[in-house]
Design a protein around this ligand. Structure first.
Ligand code: C5P
Length: 405
């Protein structure tokens, strides 16, 4: 027998629908390839296939009740969610998709799907009119945005006499192939299922409609961090100030100009598991930016520019209510590198400060020498390309998140 899924733990949610009979074959196919299948049979699913058949084919306990005294004494739904490498919902009904899109957890399957951090794959099966309904379209789009995968549905005959169209559940072997693809894409992706928000670049603070205060940040390190987190499997929102480098691959980019806009965009991107604040946010902005261009008068300069303090985005999020579990700041210093960084750790509510000496050509350059500072101590890294610093940081963040759980 092939064993492409050898040792993988698949949690299979069997939903309601005539296609539930195919879930029985699906269990067999998954097990043939070495997977351990733990089934959850929903109340609707149990109208179509029996717990006995599902249990016999999976050779394990069939879970069906959120409030089971036996299964729930160790908060079983959280354990079920955490122990799986992948959750497969087959058949996935329109109702299940709507519940998932809304984050409802009213039954065991709903609670497990909401608590899960592993990849989730849906094999929808429903009448074509239900699949094409704007509500189902909306829900499918929301679920895709949340990183949930789909296999099918296919075109074909419906159970309803004479009806055919898009809505048939994919065949078991096609579903198995989708499971394999999803799990192999997942290999070496330690941040899969995690959400991250990253700030990058400078901010531009207007003095008048054509002039602004800025700094030399290129966005290279922040963009590299966003890309590395995405490569490691995280779903990343990059909030970037004005930069002239390309968008990183696989990342949702939100472009902003000012610190105030950057803070609002970061808050809108929450909740997240990881927040990495790389942007060189302007510390001050013009207290009263002119709405018209300030006219040049020969022999006469305008009076002093009144400045006001910008919010500290890192500190606001680091001490704020929606704080990501892992908060990382950067510290660009030209002197007293570690002393300043240590003070920053606490003041900003960060778990780690990545300190770099910007007295050379680090700002705008392609290489970086960083020092990591956490409550546990300091660590010096050699000089590396910014992309490599980012990749190593992504791996470190995955370990830190794992340790926090
Ligand atoms: O205090 P300092 O500017 O050196 O702190 C640097 C760290 O704080 C960086 O992570 C930077 O992105 C963040 N920061 C911020 N908002 C500010 C100033 C700094 O998020 N207004």
């Amino acid at each position: 027998m092939e064993s492409t899924l050898s040792g993988k733990r698949i949690l299979l949610v069997v939903g309601g629908g005539i296609a539930a009979y195919k879930a029985l074959d699906l269990i067999r196919r998954l097990r043939e390839r070495g997977a351990a299948v733990t089934p959850i049979l929903t109340a609707a699913g149990a109208q179509f296939v029996t717990p006995l058949a599902v249990g016999a084919l999976s050779a394990t306990h069939v879970y069906d009740d959120l409030f089971s005294r036996d299964d729930e004494q160790d908060v079983g739904h959280i354990r079920l969610a955490r122990e799986a490498d992948l959750i497969l919902v087959a058949p996935a009904t329109a109702d299940r998709m709507a519940q998932m899109a809304a984050g409802l957890a009213g039954d065991l399957a709903g609670a497990v799907l909401l608590a899960a951090r592993c990849p989730i794959l849906l094999a929808p099966a429903m009448n074509p009119a239900m699949w094409m309904h704007p509500a189902t379209r909306r829900n499918a789009a929301l679920l895709e945005r949340d990183g949930i995968g789909f296999v099918g549905p296919e075109h074909g005959e419906m159970a309803e006499a004479g009806e055919s169209g898009l809505g048939r559940m994919s065949e078991p072997l096609a579903i198995v192939a989708a499971v394999e693809a999803r799990l192999s894409a997942q290999g070496g992706k330690p941040l899969s299922g995690r959400r991250a928000v990253v700030t990058s670049g400078p901010t531009h603070e207007p003095i008048d409609p054509v002039r602004y205060i800025a700094n030399r940040s290129s966005g290279r390190q922040g963009h590299a961090v966003a890309e590395a987190l995405a490569e490691a499997g995280a779903q990343v929102t990059l909030v970037s100030g004005p930069v002239s480098i390309p968008d990183p691959a696989g990342v949702h980019v939100v472009r902003v100009e000012t610190a105030l806009q950057m803070l609002a965009a970061v808050e809108a991107a929450l909740p997240a598991d990881i927040g990495v604040f790389v942007a060189a946010v302007a510390d001050w902005r013009a207290a009263e930016p002119a709405s018209d261009k300030i006219k040049k008068r020969v022999g006469e300069a305008p009076g002093p520019l009144a400045l006001t303090e910008n919010p500290d985005i890192l500190a606001t999020i680091g001490h704020g209510p929606g704080r990501p579990r892992l908060v990382v700041g950067f510290a660009a210093e030209t002197s007293s590198l570690m002393g300043n960084a240590r003070a920053k750790l606490e003041r900003k509510g960060a778990d780690m400060i990545v300190a770099n000496d910007v007295s050379g050509d680090v700002m705008g350059g392609t290489r970086n020498r960083v020092h990591l500072l956490t409550a546990a101590g300091a660590e010096d890294w050699p000089e590396l390309p910014k992309a490599e610093v980012a990749r190593r940081l992504a791996r470190r963040f995955a370990t830190m998140l794992g340790d926090m759980e």
